[in-house]
Design a protein around this ligand. Structure first.
Ligand SMILES: [Fe+2]
Length: 267
């Protein structure tokens, strides 16, 4: 998702390997180290455990075939390199079949803090660890299947809110307090702190229908987060009639669009 393309995607070779230069690997290393320092006490234990289990490299950008190999023992989700933007149908098809699309470019040094287009750091550091958790992988698959069952763009757009408020920007209650599991938060130094500690955003208990009725914006920190009671709640949603809920959300109408807070690196 994004307003336009600033970056060119990198085409993998026949073995699925993408050529990155030293500067790009160094950018990964900077982002990785910064996030590692701020995640304790803010990312949920499931994510931190999964990060350790998957064993992402700290000093270079990992390749998709290696990530797929890492997930083989747990959920078997396959990480597939894709151009920066793909169609909704392709996105849903991939998720529904246990594959996860991964952008191949990495952000420039000028955009370390904030970018709208998902880059390889967001995809891999944000998404890949929890794809080793069966509940999470099942949820992603169910989401893809629901996407394929949508009859039109409006249903797809409403369904996208479920992904947004969970996989990208979800919070979860833990015995130690509220933590995040959302890839959009976990891959952003500013939003990791903001999502957990700022008094600005509203934090509401997760409810799938409420989520589907809540619009979102992609160009700013969130003003509203939904909090799971635990990952089992995602499992319940995965087993439910998601497309039926989407149609009910459309019948009942949108909540007023959430206002937004412009992201800055200093929050
Ligand atoms: Fe993402």
């Amino acid at each position: 998702m994004g307003k336009g393309l600033t970056y060119a995607s990198k085409t993998p070779d026949a073995r699925g390997q993408v050529a990155y230069d030293a500067e790009e690997h160094a950018t990964w290393a900077i982002l990785y180290q910064r996030q590692l320092e701020i995640l304790p006490g803010r990312a949920c234990p499931e994510y931190l455990d999964a990060l350790a289990r998957v064993g992402l490299p700290s000093d270079h950008i990992p390749q998709c075939p290696d990530l797929t190999a890492c997930l083989r023992q747990s959920t078997g989700v396959e990480i597939v390199p894709v151009p920066a933007l793909i169609s909704n149908e392709r996105f849903f098809e991939l998720l529904a079949s246990g594959r996860f699309p991964c952008a191949t470019f990495i952000r420039s040094r000028e955009e370390l803090e904030y970018l709208e287009e998902p880059d390889v750091f967001h995809e891999v550091f944000g998404h890949v660890p929890l794809l080793s958790d069966a509940r999470f992988a099942d949820f992603a698959r169910a989401y893809g299947q629901a996407g394929l069952a949508c009859r039109n763009q409006q249903e797809q757009d409403v369904l996208a809110r479920l992904y947004w408020y969970t996989i990208e920007f979800g919070l979860v209650q833990t015995p130690q307090g509220i933590r995040t599991y959302g890839a959009g938060v976990i891959s952003s130094i500013g939003e990791t702190v903001y999502a957990i500690e700022s008094t600005t955003p509203i934090r509401r208990p997760f409810d799938a229908l409420d989520v589907l009725r809540t619009p979102y914006r992609i160009d700013a920190f969130q003003t509203l987060y939904y909090i799971l009671t635990g990952f089992d709640e995602l499992f319940s949603v995965a087993k439910s009639d998601i497309t039926g809920l989407v149609r009910r959300a459309i019948r009942e109408g949108d909540y007023r669009e959430t206002a937004s807070v412009r992201g800055t690196a200093d929050i």
